[in-house]
Ligand binder design. Structure first.
Ligand code: DOR
Ligand code: ZN
Length: 347
């Protein structure tokens, strides 16, 4: 059995770093694992302007541990008021790399999101012309659609028309969860890709109800049936560059998850690359982890691949029951349980 695994340093193409005390509590986990990360803009208020993104970027850089070489890749939050001028400013900045679309009401802090992409035609046209990627939370918000079908229905109703209307727009369908999403991405042109989280690769919807309601497995899009998990594993281990790493690590205070109406989000930044290594190892595809984790995302975004390396050791360790998180705590994925791989400290 392989004992160590050396990879080009990976990047996380989808993370929530939060702000203030929360940011200071979590950013070191991401920075220890990843060289760069696409930082999601769903703060309160959302990061809708280049000026707000600049200030948020400074707060992230100041919260990093001394000596960290981590680079945050910033995003703007798409609203119905986003102008082509703001897109142009973002594109010229050199440090804003994408725009995120949250359908209004789809998830945490999505209230400011566009109600319909057809209300954002000018901004989308500018993004297509300037090569700014649109990152999509792909779920309909229609309460009549079953929660387990919301991704598939979004693809049918909104995504297929979108890629027809903007054939050169770079699109990342974020945190895909279904065989329908895999199929959509596979049949789309090369300017359409997807991120896949560790939790959607490791767990199916049974995890939400094992012996009782398990709020720490609740995220959006929600975990799906086993057949969908298997389709995701096949996609990421196939070596197809359209699928790359995006943890969607989304920390919430313990008290807000263990609640009568708990928040959506799974925290995985503490052990992300190790959890992905488990997935690839179980599929007999450890040799394909590096492409997924360290090459394909950078290639899609038109950024240079990293050159530094990390090493993982085949060594079981137990994830702490909780992490400090401001005045509260945070329950990480696999809390109190074993992870089979361990990231070695850089030499
Ligand atoms: O589970 C989720 N948590 N899904 C999202 O789309 C947002 C995220 C968050 O920000 O907490
Ligand atoms: Zn997210």
């Amino acid at each position: 059995m392989t004992a160590t695994l050396t990879l080009i340093r990976p990047d996380d193409w989808h993370v929530h770093l939060r702000d203030g005390e929360g940011l200071r509590a979590v950013v070191a986990d991401t920075a220890r694992q990843f060289a760069r990360a696409i930082v999601m803009p769903n703060l309160k208020p959302p990061v809708t302007s280049v000026a707000q993104a600049a200030a948020y970027r400074e707060r992230i850089l100041s919260a990093l541990p001394a000596g960290s070489s981590f680079t945050p890749l910033m995003t703007l939050y798409l609203t119905e008021a986003t102008t082509p001028g703001e897109i142009e400013l973002a594109s010229r900045s050199g440090w804003i790399h994408a725009v995120k679309y949250y359908p209004a009401g789809a998830t945490t802090h999505s209230e400011a999101g566009a109600r319909d992409l057809s209300h954002c035609r000018e901004a989308l046209g500018a993004m297509e012309a300037l090569g700014v990627p649109l990152l999509i939370h792909g779920e309909v918000t229609d309460p009549d659609v079953d929660i387990f079908d919301r991704e598939r229905v979004f693809i049918e109703r909104h995504l297929i028309p979108l890629v027809q209307r903007y054939p050169r727009l770079k699109v990342v369908l974020e945190h895909i969860t279904t065989a329908s999403a895999v199929k959509f991405v596979l049949t789309a042109e090369d300017n359409v890709a997807a991120t896949v989280t560790p939790h959607h690769l490791l767990y199916n919807r049974n995890a939400l109800f094992q012996g009782g309601v398990r709020p720490h497995y609740y995220c959006l899009p929600v975990l799906k049936r086993e057949e969908h998990r298997q389709a995701l594993v096949r996609a990421v281990t196939s070596g197809n560059p359209k699928f790359f790493l995006g943890t969607d690590s989304a920390p919430h205070a313990r008290s807000t998850k263990e609640s009568a109406c708990g928040c959506a989000g799974i925290y995985s930044a503490h052990a992300a690359i190790e959890l992905y290594a488990e997935v690839f190892e179980s599929a007999g595809a450890l040799d394909r982890l590096e492409g997924f984790a360290s090459h394909f995302g950078a290639d899609f975004y038109g950024l240079p691949r990293n050159t530094a390396r990390i090493t993982l050791q085949r060594e079981s360790w137990t994830v702490p029951a909780e992490h400090p998180f401001g005045q509260d705590t945070l329950v990480p994925l696999r809390a109190g349980e074993a992870v089979a791989w361990k990231l070695q400290a850089p030499i």
